[in-house]
Design a protein. Sequence first.
Length: 111
Amino acid sequence: MAVHVEETDGMTVVALEGDLDANSASVTQQEILPLAHGGVRMVLDMSKVPYMSSAGVRMLLATYRQVNASGGQIALVGIADDVKDTMSVTGFLKFFQVYDTLEDCRRAIAG
C-alpha cells in the first residue's frame, strides 16, 4: 500500500494505492492517524484501492473517529463499487462524506 499526502486548498488529501487488507491496514493507519489533528479537513482518495477487507473498514472507522474527535471533517473519494456496497450494507458509509471524484469533493468542502 502506497500512501501519498498532499496539502491543497486547505485540505489534507491522502491518496491510497493498493489493496487495503490485513497486511496493509495497520501500517496505513499509522501513517494516516498523525494527520488527524485539530480541525483537519481530510480527504481519503481511494480511487486506486481495488480491494478492501474488513481490516480496511476498521482502519477507516478508526480514522473517522480520530478526525471527528479533533473537530475535523473526513471524506472518501473514488470508492470501488464493491467496497461502497459493503460499507453501505454494514452501515459504515453513513459516517463519511462520499464523492465520486476529487474535484467533486474539492468543490463541496473547500473554502
